[in-house]
Design a binder for this molecule. Structure first.
Ligand code: DGL
Length: 263
């Protein structure tokens, strides 16, 4: 199976998938040479997404988790019409989870500029909850914070930036907040410090659950007698990624990370 994102963010989806499907080989691609995606045009995001997916398809994956909201909200139609493997996105499951969780019908969504610009969250939430109040907010500074490892409570820069973005959503009475960018999962503790009363929905994790459930239903899961192998690819230096990924995945094991050129 393949999982991709612009950088570290998709590791939350990867981690969940590896826990739910321990026998599967999983290839993770982080396009670290071109992160962030969320500030780019639609055309560029679609081109990057096709190159990422093409790389994984060429390595024989049987299904792909698009562990990136920016790509999930912008390029799914193109990916599905270009490649024949099944694709799973991280938006659909997050919408369903948030709709089931909210008590007051007031849902917040934070994401990249591209995700918010697409309006996909608002549209999908209103399809299942026509009366929902949806507040979407682009938080472009959060991805660079995560990619630089500035994610812990007590990190003054992370706390100030996050508070400035979230103040408005808190004042609106949002009781459920979709982390509509997979990178934000790594700032979860800082975010929940600003949104004490809200339930946080981790789009990467619920997307991974959807994918695992669908593959198990289809009977395409791997042989149960073997442990899955995990391989990581990045498009820039492996060092920073290895360090941050080990911290995030809470593993002491050496991660097999290779640098690749998508061209
Ligand atoms: N983690 C990605 C997302 O879910 C991409 C962030 C970015 O590269 O801007 O949107």
């Amino acid at each position: 199976m393949g999982v991709f994102d612009s950088g570290l963010g998709g590791l939350s989806g990867f981690r969940h998938l590896a826990q739910l499907m321990p026998n599967e080989d999983i290839l993770y691609l982080g396009d670290t040479g071109r992160v962030p995606y969320g500030t780019r045009s639609r055309e560029t995001i679609i081109r990057y997404a096709c190159e990422d997916a093409g790389f994984l398809v060429n390595r024989g994956v049987k299904a792909i988790l698009v562990a990136c909201n920016t790509v999930s909200s912008t390029a799914m139609d193109t990916l599905r019409s270009t490649f024949s493997v099944p694709f799973f996105d991280v938006v659909t499951a997050a919408v369903r989870t948030a709709a089931a969780s909210t008590r007051n019908g007031c849902i917040g969504v934070i994401g990249t500029e591209a995700t918010v610009r697409s309006g996909v969250y608002g549209r999908q939430i209103r399809q299942i909850m026509p009366d929902a109040e949806v507040w979407e907010k682009a938080c472009p500074l959060l991805v660079p914070l995560v990619e630089n490892g500035r994610t812990r409570p007590g990190d003054r820069v992370a706390e100030i930036v996050t508070e400035e973005y979230l103040e408005e959503l808190r004042d609106r009475g949002v009781d459920t907040l979709i982390l509509g960018c997979t990178h934000y999962r790594m700032l979860k503790d800082v975010i929940s410090g600003c949104m004490k009363d809200a339930v946080l929905v981790d789009s990467g994790a619920v997307g991974a659950e959807d994918m695992a459930g669908a593959l198990l239903d289809l009977g395409t899961a791997a042989d149960r007698s073997r442990a899955g192998r995990h391989t990581f690819y990045v498009t820039d230096s492996t060092e920073g990624f290895e360090k941050q990924a080990s911290i995030f995945l809470e593993t002491e094991e050496h991660l097999a990370v290779s640098r690749v050129d998508l061209n």
